[in-house]
Design a protein around this ligand. Sequence first.
Ligand code: HEM
Length: 91
Amino acid sequence: MISITLKSDDSVKYFTIEQIKKHNKKEDFWTIFRDKVYDLTDFWKTHPGGDIILEGAGKDMTFLFDDIGHSHDAEILLKQYYIGEIEKPRK
Ligand code: HEM
């Protein structure tokens, strides 16, 4: 059998703010960062800044991240935790 993986927009997952808000626990920690959605459940324990990152669970942590003044490397490491996009209301 031939299996073909197509890379298209259909493979992108979209989540509503309401869905994201539910993932606000240590053991189930999603966050929004620059309009993208990340699952940080496996990352937060190794965060160099410690538990304070939990403040961003279930919400948009872009401001908190920028306010502290993180390195570009910190942004790059987020890529591996990417799970999708925020669903925009249809026009
Ligand atoms: C978007 C997710 C986040 C990632 C991937 C992340 C990653 C990192 C990394 C790699 C560092 C080491 C220094 C650097 O490279 O800049 C760091 C430091 C730090 N982070 Fe985060 N961070 C995130 C969110 C946050 C949030 C939301 C807060 C605060 C509410 C925070 C607070 C801090 C603090 C205070 C330090 C400094 C630790 C020190 O130098 O002793 N971080 N973070």
